[in-house]
Design a binder for this molecule. Structure first.
Ligand code: PLP
Length: 495
């Protein structure tokens, strides 16, 4: 059955999956959502025996109904290949009494690879299907990991250009090096003087600028997005929750039908929304535990029903979650408003104008699947240290936020269901924070010394992504003010 997509801000118009992927954001500034969430059309018994690629096809074909079997299978095969350092693609690790779903085995060692290794293929396939002649310009704001994963995915892909904006001083050293050393004639990287929210708002404003779109169309360009506002990123993320549940079952860690909780370190709300979609598809997930760092705007929202971004932006050791405007939350708001686009648009207008909105009590009742929690910087680093001491497992700072919140929820609520923690980055990507959490003595060590030391104490192979940047040449040095992003994009495209 064909599945169409609508904007969260006006529901009259529908588009196909490939059109939604091409556009990224709807014309009215809303996000594309599927008309309904399809139910899994195979049993867990069958899913148990499937490879990652087979699971991906099974899940994605239900969302991307205008892709042919051949097209979709080709996208999947080109994405989930030897770029990943394990055939399992997303392996499970048992750490104490929780299961870590390791989503960092791709080319840039963060979970963004799970979707961004396939998005370029989905996008170029969509362009062909819709007879697009223009070059597609991917505009991306990054809190650190999306940028590199998108650059790696789109580098030298014919018919595309990619421009990444990251907050200067707001990403880890490894994250920055990964981006500024990126090869590829079609890639541009810009450090903005501002934070991630500035970058994301700037990109959204460029998307909504109809005049600019016309101007660039004349030059043969059109924009699309690699951020998780693109449905082409969200859908591939549903896959690994289905896969993880099936593997827990296969490994006899759970029994058929047993419900589990899922804890997700959250920033833009994309990853946890994918888990919510997986639940609606029929995966037996009970609670979705939304873990924040000290930028705990989502925790407060789940407590009070009030979303309030008017607060200090804190730079933490989990920079990929340093976000005060979680753009994917809009998809959930639309859902709990019963698909009422007018109501959603009103709330988003309020967020834009006043930085705050409040949902109705009726809407709040529909949030009972979600639990909010947060970890302070001290709690995060203690979690890394204690886990290392007790189990020998080294986790990154983002994962530690979720692992902490997951444990706290279990203790406070008495809900002892088995729990899956989305493990979103390799500890190598945040070596300084991880190593100083384990031992203060590493405080003044140099980045690559820490990386070698991390290898020694954990026995984990140093990923190729790290070796690549050790001596790589810096290729991108462009910077701009947060209010000059549009001019910068023009310069790059016309220059
Ligand atoms: C992007 C990112 C997150 C947050 O994911 P969202 O989908 O934005 O909520 C968490 N951890 C890491 C390592 C990330 O790169």
């Amino acid at each position: 059955m064909e599945l169409l997509y609508r904007s969260t801000r006006s529901t009259e118009k529908t588009v196909t999956a490939s059109e939604a992927i091409l556009k990224g954001l709807a014309d009215d500034g809303g996000l594309f959502v599927p008309e309904r969430i399809p139910k899994l059309d195979v049993s867990m018994e069958e899913l148990k025996e499937m490879t990652y690629q087979e699971t991906a096809y099974t899940v994605m074909k239900q969302f991307l109904t205008d892709f042919t079997e051949e097209e979709l299978k080709r996208c999947i095969a080109s994405a989930y290949d030897s770029k990943f350092d394990t055939e399992e693609i997303a392996p499970l690790a048992k750490v104490g009494d929780t299961y870590h779903l390791e989503l960092f085995h791709g080319a840039t060692i963060a979970f963004k690879d799970m979707a961004l290794s396939i998005l370029p293929h989905l996008l170029t396939t969509s362009a062909k299907k819709n007879h697009v002649k223009n070059e597609i310009v991917i505009l991306t704001a990054t809190s650190g990991d999306t940028g590199k994963a998108a650059l790696a995915g789109f580098a030298d892909v014919p018919g595309t250009r990619i421009i990444v904006f990251y907050p200067k001083g707001g990403v880890s050293r490894v994250q920055e090096l990964q981006m500024v050393t990126q090869k590829g004639a079609n890639t541009s990287v810009v450090a903005i003087h501002g934070n991630f929210d500035n970058a994301q708002s700037g990109v959204k404003a460029i998307f909504e600028d109809k005049e600019l779109a016309k101007e660039l169309d004349v030059c043969g360009y059109q924009f699309s997005s690699a951020n998780s506002i693109n449905i082409g990123r969200l859908v591939p993320q549903v896959v690994y929750y289905v896969y993880a549940y099936a593997k827990l079952l296969k490994n006899k860690e759970i029994s058929a039908g047993e419900t589990i909780n899922v804890a997700v370190p959250t920033g833009n709300f994309g990853n946890i929304l994918a888990a919510y979609y997986a639940k609606q598809m029929g995966v037996p997930i009970a609670r979705l535990i939304c873990a924040s760092n000290e930028n705990k705007v989502l925790f407060d929202f789940f407590q009070t029903g009030k979303y309030d971004r008017n607060r200090e932006f804190v730079l933490t050791s989990s920079p990929s979650m340093d976000i005060l405007i979680s753009s994917n939350l809009e998809r959930l708001i639309y859902t709990i408003a019963g698909g009422n686009a007018r109501k959603n648009a009103e709330l988003m207008q309020s967020l834009k104008e006043r930085g705050v909105y409040e949902i109705t009590s009726e809407m709040k009742e529909k949030l009972e699947d979600f639990v909010g929690g947060y970890a302070t910087e001290a709690q995060t680093s203690t979690k890394i240290q204690k886990t290392y001491q007790e189990t020998g497992y080294v986790m990154d700072t983002h994962t530690a936020v979720a692992a902490y919140v997951c444990r706290e929820y279990r203790e406070k609520s008495g809900d002892v269901r088995k729990a899956l923690v989305a493990s979103t980055a390799s500890p190598y990507k945040f070596a300084h924070s991880v190593m100083t959490a384990i031992d203060e003595k590493y405080k003044d060590w140099e980045e690559f010394e820490l990386i070698d030391e991390l290898h020694k104490i954990s026995g984990m192979e140093i990923p190729a992504a790290i070796e690549e940047i050790r001596n790589a040449k810096i290729r991108h040095t462009r910077e701009c003010d947060a209010d000059k992003m549009k001019e910068t994009v023009k310069e790059i495209l016309k220059g």
